[in-house]
Each structure stands twice: as C-alpha cells, then as structure tokens.
Design a protein around this ligand. Sequence first.
Ligand SMILES: NC(=O)C1=CN([C@@H]2O[C@H](COP(=O)(O)OP(=O)(O)OC[C@H]3O[C@@H](n4cnc5c(N)ncnc54)[C@H](O)[C@@H]3O)[C@@H](O)[C@H]2O)C=CC1
Ligand SMILES: CC(=O)[C@H](N)C(=O)O
Length: 371
Amino acid sequence: MFPAITKSVCRSAGRDLQRTQLARHCVRFFNGFSQDELPVEETPAPRVLITGGLGQLGSGLASLLRKKYGPDNVIMSDIVNPPRHVRETGRYIFADILDFKNLQEKVVNEGIDWLIHFSALLSAVGEANVPLAIKVNIEGMHNILEVSKQYKLRVFIPSTIGAFGPTTPRNPTPDLTIQRPQTIYGVAKVHAELMGEYYHHKYGLDFRCLRFPGIISAETPPGGGTTDYSTEIFHDAVTTQRHECFLEHDTRLPMMYIDDCTRATAEVMELPEHRLKQRVYNIQAMSFTPAEIYAEVKKHVPDMEIDYKPDSRQAIADTWPQVLDDTNARLDLGWNHEYDLPKLVTTMLTKIRAQKEGKQGTSAQINAAAI
Ligand SMILES: NC(=O)C1=CN([C@@H]2O[C@H](COP(=O)(O)OP(=O)(O)OC[C@H]3O[C@@H](n4cnc5c(N)ncnc54)[C@H](O)[C@@H]3O)[C@@H](O)[C@H]2O)C=CC1
Ligand SMILES: CC(=O)[C@H](N)C(=O)O
C-alpha cells in the first residue's frame, strides 16, 4: 500500500504530501525520526481529535486549531447531538470515551495523531453524581491513555486548580506540592496527572498536561463547576444588571480568559518534546474575588448589583488555590497570558452585548472594540 519507506521518501512526503496519510505514516515509521525533528516547513499537519468537544472549551480550541491545520484535520467529538453551527463549521463525530472499541475505531479511521481529551464532569456536577464522575473522569481517562499508548498519539489531558486541597499551600501554589483534593473531580485529576506521568515513564507516551484555572468564555457556557459565577456575572450584567453570586465576596481563585487557555493548549501541543522538562505544568493569568470582578464590571455597568448567597460550591472553593505559581511554564514553555482583569471585563461585555444584539462581529472587530 505504501511505497518503500526511506528517510528521503519521508522528507518528500512531509514536503509534497502534507496532511496525507503517507506523510503521517512516514513520520511514525522511524524511531528517532519523530515529527519534532522534521523541519517545520516539512512537518505534516497533525490530525487532531477533541473529546468532549461540545463543552465550554472544545469549540474555541477547534476553531484555533482549524485555522492552523485546516478544517478537515481537526475533528470535534462528543456524545450529544451538536447544534447546527457546530456541524456547519467543521467535522463532528460521535465518540463515547467509555467505549474503548469505539475510541479505537475513531482513532484508526480518522488517522488521528493528537488526542485532546476534554470529556469530564466538572467539580459541582461531579459531587452531585459521584458514580458517573468515577466512570467518566477515571475509567474514561484510562481508555484515553490506553488508546494513546496503543496508537502512539500525542495526548493532552487538562488538569485543574481542583487537583489541590486544603493542605496545599494556596498562595502561591507551586507545580510540585501537596495534593489532597476533597472532590471526586480533584481526586480523578490527580489520578490523571499521575497516570499520564506513569505512562510517559513506563511506555514513552507523549503525555502533556496543563493545570487550568477557572475558564471564562462568552460563546460557550460553563459546564457545572465552582468557578462558573465568573462567566455568569457577565450575562447578568448585560441582561438584568443583577448577579446572585454563589461564592462569598472575598473568595479568591485563579481565573483565565478562554483565548489564553486555548492558545496555551495549542502551544504546549506544538512544542518539540525535548522542551518539556515536566509533564504537568500550572498556568496562571489572573486571580480575583467576586467583589473585585464586580467592581470592575460596575465601571462599565454602573447600575450593576450583586448579592452573595454562598452554596455548596463555597466549601469546594475554600480548598482551592488562590494563585498558581506558573514560573516553570513561563520558563520552559514560553507561556505568557494576554488577558488581565480589565481586558477580560471589556472583552466579555463587548462579546455578550454583540451576541444579545444579534451581531456577532469578527473576533478582530470585537477585540479592537475591547482594547
Ligand atoms: N472549564 C473550566 O473552567 C476548566 C476546565 N478544565 C478541564 O478542561 C476539560 C474541558 O472542560 P469543559 O469544556 O469546561 O467541560 P464541560 O463540562 O463544559 O464539557 C465536558 C464535555 O464532556 C462530554 N462528555 C461527558 N461524558 C462523555 C463521554 N462518556 N464521552 C465523551 N464525552 C463525554 C459532555 O457531553 C461535555 O460536552 C475538562 O477536563 C476539565 O476538567 C480544567 C480547568 C478549568
Ligand atoms: C476550575 C475547574 O476545573 C472547573 N471550572 C470547576 O470549577 O470545576
């Protein structure tokens, strides 16, 4: 089926047949001649599968990667029927991470090189359904590691501030520290970090992991976590000018705008493997309390009001870091955030106002308006 494979065939495949199965086959053929070592202009575009793609983070990342690698090379997957615009903007397939054979089939049939694993139950939803969280976040993650090992994929599994607990130093929280989380979400994430590192050490799996803060986005809603208020407050600011906050006014948590999160994910996946000095890195953009974000929103929406009605999520937030120390990510990965609190607030308000008025605008226009 394939021509006799030599390094020169591989090089010409990388150059002439970019994005073809042959190019990918060639890259994998030689031990010690990995995709990392091909000159950039000869590297074939990776075929990327995103699991849990219909959640808060999936579409933003798919859109960024499709711009880089072409719409056909980035495949979104989930277990639910997608809204029409998802099908219209790129390839979408059904993939249940609890079904190992289904995963194998998708990886082989789609010729996948990179697996970005976003399926999960977040912290609050996980506490409400522990057996399902164990299935999806632990058993599903085992399937992801196993299929990645079997087909020699580069795999990204995000971790979270939720992977820490009450005995962790909270300000700042270093990469290597005490991790005794008190949610099933956090326990599953510590397990994922350790299993990923173990598969790397034992089988050479190219496992990559960033610990994300709470992510804030305008286009996609948060999926049931402890940091969700930081997105909800913007929708309330634009509609009712009144926000009921489920955390106390002084609960400080690390947060990040989604564009920084998706860019960080793309950047860590693109780095040559030798640049990674560790497999799990903290990344940080800003930290604020509900009172601080409210004060910033009020500068733009003077009638804005807030009430604090802490619920069960307060007990979770009280055990999480206030500030992540991401020195290592900045040094090793070249990580740098672009959005601080003022820029986050202007961007979110501009985007949500545009959505409510039915004019989406291009991101360039929206960003220009927000600056
Ligand atoms: N959103 C955030 O603030 C943060 C997210 N993360 C991590 O990033 C990843 C993505 O997070 P989000 O997009 O916010 O999550 P989300 O809760 O919004 O979306 C998760 C998706 O997983 C899908 N899913 C559930 N069971 C599945 C199954 N059996 N097979 C395939 N898909 C299944 C759901 O349908 C959903 O679309 C998760 O691993 C999460 O832990 C980490 C830190 C912060
Ligand atoms: C920080 C997270 O991992 C998520 N947003 C949650 O609150 O559960």
